[in-house]
Structure formats: C-alpha cells, structure tokens
Ligand binder design. Structure first.
Ligand code: ZN
Ligand code: ZN
Length: 260
C-alpha cells in the first residue's frame, strides 16, 4: 500500500508547484528559465490513467510506471473482466489476454533533440495515457504491419503479444471508443525520449499541422503548455496501409530511455 501512496503524493505536490508557478507568472513578466530547453508541461501528466500509471517527479527527471492495463473496453480482456466486450473491429485475435505487468521509464523533465535521431526497435517505444505501451509499425524483425496483422487489432489499435497488450495504430472511430484519440488533438502518450505525442491535430491550430518533421514532431504550444512552445510529436495524418494510421513509425528525435 505505501508503495502507491508516496508517488500519488508526489503527483499532488507536482501539480501544486505548477499551480503556484502559474499564479506567479500572472504578476511577473520576467522569465526564470536558465536555458532555452522547454520543460514538458506538467499538466499533461494529469491525463494519464491513474488506475494504471504512477508518475513521480524528481528534480530533472520524471519516472513513469504502468501496469499496462487500459481504462477502456477490449475483446482482449478476460471474458469475465468488467471491460470485456465482443470484438467490434477485430477479425482474428492474437493469443493471450490483458494482464498485469510492470513497465517503467525515467525521462528528463526537459528533453532535448539529439544530434542524430534513433530508430525504434521491437517492444515498447512509449507509454500511452491509458497505461498501455506504444509499439512501432513492425510486428517482428523486418516485418512491417501487414493486412493479416491489422485484422487482429481491436478498436483501440491494439493486440496482445508475448510481452502483453500494446498499441500499434490509431484507434478506430466507433461508438465504443470513448477514451482514445481519433483524428483530434488529444494527448496520446509520451515517447521513450521524453517527448509527448498528440493526436493528428494540434491545439495551437485546431487542425492538422503542416510543418511536422519526418517523425511527426514540431515546436508549438498545446492545450497543456499555457502558451509556451515546446517540441512534441503528432500522429502523422497519413495512411500507413489501407485506411490505418500508424501511431509512430519514424525515428525518435531525442535520446531514447529504456522502457523496462
Ligand atoms: Zn504487436
Ligand atoms: Zn503540435
């Protein structure tokens, strides 16, 4: 029990600090930033599913821990689970069901663009707001997502693998989908390099951004940043295969931290 109480308090404390600093800014036009590296807006972390994700702020670092269990329905839950539903879009299912596990990543509070980008590998490359890990556009060594794999995705764009339930593609626009981003500006999660990833639209424009780099990144404000501009990714508004849209198929532009 004590294990979960402390990080929760840390989140509260983090929010309190943010609230205090925001209030101060109203009356103070001087900037207190020592360098021009933007900090990830702390209010973004309020969007994470608190039943699955624990976030601890420790100076220059943020640690994100998840049990990988989403706050939405899926045919990948055990049939006795409250969030189990019969398949809505999946034609076939991969073996296994959603289960409890532990994934942790520690990222810098102010991530920086690296001198060179890094290709993503198999396994988790980010953690979504629901607590489910984000995977890239491959389903094995040199095996890009293909039609046969797409058939196994639930409406959340996820399926089960040897390491558990994970997202590959943007969620489907179906009535059952009440949580996940679909062609909007919702926060999707945070990538292993510490940069946030949003849906296909940017809050700074109310539309699809047109100035994205090859990884879907750009510098602008978002709904979390109170006008401050910072680097973040978007789901790229391009069909990857048929009508499916990959969550993240490019390189990481920052320095990846391991999600274990
Ligand atoms: Zn997969
Ligand atoms: Zn944006």
């Amino acid at each position: 029990m004590t294990k979960s109480v402390f990080p929760f308090f840390t989140v509260l404390l983090g929010s309190l600090i943010l609230y205090t600093s925001c209030s101060n800014n109203d009356n103070d036009t001087t900037t207190t930033t020592d360098n021009d590296v933007a900090k990830t807006p702390v209010s973004a972390f309020d969007e994470f599913n608190k039943d699955a994700v624990t976030i601890s702020f420790d100076g220059d670092e943020i640690t994100i821990e998840t049990n990988g269990m989403p706050n939405h329905t899926s045919p990948y839950w055990e049939e006795t689970a409250p969030l189990y539903i019969a398949p809505v879009v999946a034609i076939a299912q991969t073996p296994g069901r959603i289960g409890d596990r532990n994934l942790t990543v520690t990222i810098p509070a102010a991530p920086e663009i690296a001198a060179s980008s890094t290709a993503t590998g198999l396994g988790p490359i980010g953690i979504s707001v629901t607590g489910v890990p984000i995977f890239n556009d491959t389903e094995g060594p040199n095996r890009p997502i293909e039609e046969q794999i797409v058939e196994t995705f639930d409406y959340a764009g996820a399926h089960n693998g040897p390491s558990g339930y994970h997202y590959h593609i943007e969620s489907y626009d179906v009535p059952e989908n009440t949580v996940l981003s679909h062609n909007d500006e919702k926060l999707v999660g945070i990538m292993a390099d510490g940069f946030l990833i949003y849906g296909r639209k940017c809050n700074s424009l109310g539309d699809h951004p047109t100035n994205l780099d090859v990884s879907g990144g750009h510098i602008s404000s978002t709904q979390h940043s109170d006008g401050e501009e910072f680097y973040h990714y978007h789901i790229i508004n391009e069909f990857y295969l048929g009508s499916i849209i990959a969550l993240f198929a490019g390189d990481l532009q920052g320095t990846p931290n391991s999600i274990m």
